[in-house]
Design a binder for this molecule. Structure first.
Ligand SMILES: *Cc1c(COP(=O)(O)O)cnc(C)c1O
Length: 404
């Protein structure tokens, strides 16, 4: 049996929605499908939403929108996918990496120690769909000591009055903390709709706003809509309406809008997400937990602590006492038997680009400890109970073989 690590959900409802875009609306770029997807994201998160063409461009958009750029510092965890850092580097800001805690999430105390007068944003990552401790992070950003150091990057940040907390929620659509959905846990939240994510548009993402008083969220969202379209006050769709040709360019924006043809794919998924697709993912996560919970060598990933609830994006199992080499051997064993596995993540300081910039792995001991014995197992809609059973059995065999 071949069990790939990840597969996007392309079933009849997805095909029907894409066909509707092609044959009925006849509109390919941002239009009715994008608006409908935004409405679904807003309904799911309880926060106003704007769709963009990737998480990375959404994060760049938000940093730029807050006036962040050269000379500014952005704090990110060392343990994440590189886009978390690259979005800041690509707008000219300097990335300050800090270590994570045992639950894979950025350590709020490490964030506190890293804040300087140059710090303009913190990008916590909800790793595998497990929300960070936003209560603690928002408290750190609002502490008198942090506020005393704070220098705003621009007018909008002056209004915020503190460091921006921008959630990397690439994995965590549908996750929550104390019953509040991800999207309302930070000042702004960016979701990814890349092909391997819980809800996909092929490539894409969505930004949700949750700004405190005195921000007018409707006005901010309207401006952000222009800002994601070259600063243009009308989309091609709006210009296509009778008499709607005249437009203005009101800001030096980016061009990161989502096409309707992509939105159609995500729309067909997100409509079923809460009632069907997310519970299916959780059932897989729980099946793994039940199976691996019986083994002393298994460290189960964070899932539900009564306060935070994961969106079960990854199943990041850890193997107690395993070395990096043994873990790699396990992945090889699985791959030879047709079971896809992965590692989330190689900490950024181990990658050439970041090593070359002077980041040192020795400064992030917790991240390193998580990395060496982490093993991500398949988890996606369409993975059957039987397939999960095969994955569990194969991992068991691999561990026995390694232990010999
Ligand atoms: C996938 C991912 C991103 C980047 O998402 P894109 O939509 O591909 O830009 C960022 N952060 C994390 C943690 C991710 O897994």
């Amino acid at each position: 049996m071949h069990i790939p690590f990840a597969l996007p959900l392309i079933d009849q409802p997805v095909i029907d929605e894409v066909m509707d875009c092609l044959t009925n609306t006849g509109w390919l770029t941002s239009g009715p499908k994008v608006r409908a997807l935004e409405a679904e994201v807003a309904a799911l998160t309880g926060a106003p939403a704007l769709c963009v063409n990737s998480w990375t461009s959404g994060a760049m958009l938000m940093l730029r929108w807050f006036g962040i750029g050269p000379g500014d510092e952005v704090i990110v965890p060392a343990y994440t996918y590189s886009a978390t850092a690259l979005c800041a580097m690509n707008i000219g800001a300097r990335v300050v990496m800090v270590d994570v805690g045992a639950d894979f999430c950025i350590d709020p105390d490490a964030v506190r120690r890293a804040i300087t007068p140059r710090t303009k944003a913190i990008i916590p990552v909800d790793l595998g769909g497990w929300p960070c401790d936003y209560d603690a992070l928002m408290a750190v950003a609002g502490e008198p000591a942090a506020k005393a150091l704070f220098r705003p990057a621009g007018e909008r940040q002056e209004k915020l009055g503190r460091v921006l907390v921008l959630a990397d929620a690439a994995h965590s659509i549908g996750a929550s903390c104390k019953g509040r959905p991800c999207g309302q846990l930070a000042d702004a939240t960016v979701f990814s709709m890349h092909s391997v994510k819980n809800v996909t548009t092929g490539e894409g993402g969505a930004v949700c706003l949750h700004l405190p008083e005195p921000f007018d969220m409707a006005a901010e969202l309207q401006f952000l809509r222009y800002f994601a379209l070259n600063g243009q006050t009308k989309s091609a769709f709006e210009k296509n309406q009778a008499g709607g040709w005249r437009y203005d360019i009101v800001a030096q924006g980016l061009k990161v809008n989502m096409p309707d043809i992509c939105a159609a794919i995500g729309l067909a998924q997100i409509r079923r997400y809460q009632a069907e697709l997310l519970p299916e993912r959780k059932a897989i996560f729980e099946q793994y937990n039940r199976a691996f919970g019986a083994f002393g060598w298994a460290i189960l990933p964070p899932y539900d602590d009564g306060r935070r609830v994961s969106s079960a994006h990854l199943y990041p199992l850890r193997l107690r006492g395993f070395s990096e080499q043994q873990r790699d051997g396990l992945i090889q064993f699985l791959s030879e038997r047709g079971v896809g596995a992965n590692v989330h993540y190689i900490p950024m300081p181990m990658l050439s680009l970041f090593r070359g910039l002077g980041y040192r792995m020795a400064d992030y001991p917790v991240s390193y400890g998580l990395y060496v014995n982490e093993l991500s197992l398949p988890i996606y809609n369409g993975l059957t109970e039987e397939m999960v059973g095969v994955v569990v059995e194969t991992v068991e065999q691999a561990v026995e073989q390694e232990a010999r």
